[in-house]
Design a protein around this ligand. Structure first.
Ligand code: PMP
Length: 336
């Protein structure tokens, strides 16, 4: 008999047909949208909670506090429910309504705050840390701060899960791995697991507005532009990114990435979110640079449904000067 926790991880690898045909490589996506909370962040949520329980900082009935773009909050709320903990989630108000709804529907307490830069003391991450410290004093069973950015139990989920799974699923025939970074847990953990097993090139697909492309290219934390994608785009070296070796950095615009996921819906029947779009665009660039015949793995982080009000909203897309997928606006006139 299995339980909800057993459904986390061991996701399949899906061959991305058009990306593979276009590059002459085998481009595979790890189907993380199939996790019970429908994103890659279920893995981090489970490892962070287990680690806190093991270290004795989280006791039954205790509260988990986190600042998140949403998916970590959904994962923590659901895993927390399954294991007997409450969750309080701090989210920047700019994140999609669909993610906020999913957090509330999971029974977590949701606190929406203005989106301000990390250096501001009222940034959602810093606020969640202060809130956890306060609740730890008043909650009868205590409270912890999950701290996904600088808690390397996050990266451990990918060192022990995602990375070895990719190695086994490809029977060690993996030449490259690439993804974007939010906390850096996925990129950091998978890259460490794969580099420990073989000669695997690591790429980063960095959205506009993030600083890691320039960091890995010329050692400078510098950013330009912006992106509508959520959950990715880091401006600093988090603890989960420390010591991570990136061989091939790429900077990806929304205009390059989003059409790929729109085409994937129509041609391959998968509805993916914006960070998956950035990842697939990065995998295609990496494949072109490595040349035909290579196997490159990337991450399909979550479903596009989680961003319906943005990615599938023509008015929103137009307001950002982004291409609108044609079929969203055509009505078919079929006489019956
Ligand atoms: N994609 C989405 C949709 C996410 O929510 C996140 C996490 N915020 C990521 C990618 C990045 O994952 P990580 O935190 O492991 O870098």
């Amino acid at each position: 008999m299995t339980n909800m926790i057993d459904l986390i991880g061991n996701t399949p690898l899906v061959r991305l047909k058009r990306a593979s045909e276009e590059t002459g490589c085998t481009i595979l996506g790890k189907a993380e949208f199939l996790n019970p909370g429908q994103s890659v962040k279920d893995r981090a949520a489970l490892f962070i909670i287990r680690d806190a329980v093991k270290r004795g900082t989280l006791e039954p009935g205790g509260v988990i506090v986190e600042g998140t773009a949403g998916n970590t909050g959904i994962g923590l709320a659901l895993v927390g429910n399954a294991l007997g903990f409450r969750t309080v989630i701090v989210i920047p108000e700019t994140q999609s309504q669909e993610k906020k709804d999913a957090i509330r529907q999971a029974g977590a307490e949701l606190i929406e705050v203005p989106a301000v830069p990390y250096k501001n003391p009222n940034n959602y991450v810093k606020l969640s840390g202060r809130l956890a410290a306060e609740l730890a004093k008043t909650e009868p069973h205590g409270a912890i701060w999950a701290n996904q950015f600088d808690n390397t139990a996050n990266r451990d989920a990918h060192i022990n899960g995602t990375g070895p799974e990719i190695w086994e699923q490809t029977q060690g025939k993996v030449d490259g791995f690439i993804c974007a970074a939010g906390s850096g847990g996925t990129l950091g953990g998978v890259s460490m697991a794969l580099k420990a097993r073989g000669d695997v090139k690591i790429g980063i697909a960095d959205p506009m507005g993030a600083a890691l492309y320039h960091w890995y290219k010329d050692g400078e934390l510098r950013s330009e532009g912006s992106s509508i994608t959520e959950g990715i785009g880091q401006g600093r070296i988090t603890a989960n990114l420390e010591g991570v070796e990136v061989d091939m950095p790429y900077q990806i615009t929304d205009a390059e990435a989003l059409p790929l996921v729109y085409d994937l819906i129509r041609e391959e029947g998968m509805v993916l979110g914006g960070s998956s779009a950035i990842n697939i665009a990065g995998a295609i660039r990496m494949a072109k640079d490595m040349g035909p015949g290579h196997t490159i793995v990337t991450v399909l982080c979550d479903y596009g449904y989680r961003y319906a009000s943005k990615m599938f909203n023509p008015d929103f897309l137009r307001s950002k000067d982004l291409p609108v997928p044609g079929w969203l606006e055509t009505t078919v006139d079929i006489k019956v």
